[in-house]
Design a protein around this ligand. Structure first.
Ligand code: 1AL
Ligand code: ZN
Ligand code: ZN
Length: 476
């Protein structure tokens, strides 16, 4: 069938073209050459010496020395649509993603209203995303006490297409998304085994201490007050308990085929050691961290600057270096944004109360330059970026046609200039709904996205978006 070019889906009015560059990041290494795209798929990757060119010059987009990588896959973002689209929403969130080189994002089941915990609420997500997404979007479902022991309900939700489930081991801050116990998680994992899909877990368990001392308003503005309320022992306790279920995922175990993924790990000490040990024992388990834990440290967060409040909290500089070490050594599997915005009022930038402010960092558009800016001095390579941001998340979400530049894969492609720097100030075009709450405003960053292709559509180039929202919904 003929493709109609007046639909506004792409800034490039062709179904077949070549992306040429001196640095194409492929599974086999970095090559100079050209990527041939046809009808939304990568049909070949040809090295420069073998490339005879295209008979039609108009079919070649020459990006020179810019880096061509698989588009980023952000497996952990909260777009808050439907119900709290005033916090972010599908249109602004996916426009920001496109401008940031993210070609696929998997939306979390909470912070929208309602939460995605049933077939009915998934249908509301699907409806809200219709004609409103500029990149590919998939959905995680919620594992909550209400559905955890209801086999029919969980199977129906998985059959309806969620790519896996997500649960919290501590209060989530959202009323219709209550926390789960290890028993709920065990039940959920046994259902996931049959579908070979993952459970993503927010791993913190509230530890009873002597009780918090009364803090006055001045103390509540202090970052160290907040940090003390969520110590690393919360993460450690959760992961220890999670591993008592994770043992079921070993080959021959009761839940073989299921997979456990620890989201946004902040503690690089005992918690990470426990995960390493579980991997050694054959558990099917992976772990992610987020750019904010790699870019910032507790020492530098100013009192009252609640843009930096997230859970688990950003810890000290020594811990940050250990997170980098874990990434570089392969003990940290991947990265995600955990973009979790809200209204500026709820972020309480006015009074800077860390204990009352919404927990969540706004970052979606900037995860690539942030990873690169803070990673390049530590020796991060393009191959590692592609692994942490594309290959591994594709595997987690069960998307075998994504995550690599290779023939037969989806043409989800990012082109960027690692040497270009920019000031993220008020003049910079930020597509997020609430730029003022982003933790990165005011920073100078390296790594500029030049072009983003989603299923062959050129959805973003040099600051301009394709007018129509033609992203694909991904249902399992
Ligand atoms: N309700 C939330 O979105 N919480 C999120 N908030 C953070 N990370 O501070 C999260 O992922 O836990
Ligand atoms: Zn979380
Ligand atoms: Zn989150």
């Amino acid at each position: 069938s003929k493709i109609s070019w007046d639909d506004g889906c792409s800034l490039l009015k062709r179904s077949r073209y070549w992306i040429k560059s001196d640095q194409i990041v492929t599974p086999g290494g970095i090559v100079a050459g050209a990527v041939e795209v046809k009808d939304g798929l990568i049909v070949s990757v040809v090295e420069a010496e073998d490339w005879t060119g295209s008979p039609n010059r108009a079919e070649v987009i020459d990006f020179g020395e810019a880096v061509v990588m698989p588009g980023l896959i952000d497996a952990h973002a909260h777009l808050d649509d439907p119900g709290r689209a005033d916090w972010e929403g599908f249109p602004s969130g996916t426009k920001a993603a496109a401008a940031g080189g993210i070609t696929t994002l998997i939306d979390m089941p909470l912070n929208s209203d309602p939460s995605t915990t049933s077939v009915e609420t998934l249908a509301m997500k699907v409806e809200a995303a219709k004609n409103n997404i500029y990149v590919n979007v998939g959905f995680w479902g919620g594992l909550v006490p209400e559905n955890a022991h209801n086999l029919t309900a969980l199977e129906a939700l998985l059959e309806a297409g969620v790519l896996g489930l997500k649960s919290f081991m501590c209060p989530s801050g959202i009323d219709d998304f209550p926390m789960t116990t290890a028993a709920h998680i065990k039940a959920g994992v046994s259902v996931l085994a049959k579908y070979r899909r993952p459970l993503l877990v927010h791993a913190e368990i509230e530890q009873r201490s002597d009780g918090y001392p009364e803090v006055d308003d001045e103390d509540a503005r202090s970052y160290s007050t907040y940090l003390k309320t969520r110590p690393a022992s919360w993460e450690e306790a959760a992961i220890r308990e999670l591993l008592s279920v994770g043992v079921d995922t070993v080959v021959g175990g009761a839940a073989e085929g299921a997979h456990i993924h620890v989201v946004h790990l902040a503690d690089a000490t005992s918690s990470l050691d426990l995960i390493k040990e579980a991997k050694r024992l054959g558990h099917s388990i992976t772990v992610e961290t987020c750019p904010h834990y790699l870019a910032f440290s507790a020492e530098e967060i100013k009192d009252g600057d609640t843009r930096f409040k997230c859970a688990p909290p950003i810890r000290d500089a020594e811990n940050r270096e250990k997170l980098w070490e874990a990434l570089m050594e392969g003990n940290m599997d991947m990265l995600s944004s955990d973009h979790s915005p809200t209204l500026p009022e709820l972020k309480r930038l006015n009074d800077g109360n860390f204990l009352r402010a919404w927990g969540g960092i706004s970052s979606l558009q900037f995860v690539l330059p942030v990873t690169w800016t803070y990673g390049r001095s530590r020796g991060v390579t393009f191959k590692q970026l592609a692994s942490w941001w594309s290959e591994k998340p594709a595997k987690l979400a069960g998307l075998p046609l994504k995550g690599a530049i290779a023939s037969g894969r989806h043409a989800d492609i990012l082109v960027w200039d690692p040497s270009a720097e920019f000031d993220l100030d008020d003049r910079h075009p930020v597509h997020l709904k609430h730029p003022s709450i982003s933790a990165y405003m005011g920073k100078r960053l390296a790594g500029k996205v030049i072009a983003t292709f989603v299923r062959g559509n050129l959805v973003y180039r040099d600051g301009k978006h394709a007018p129509a929202a033609c992203g694909t919904q991904i249902l399992a």
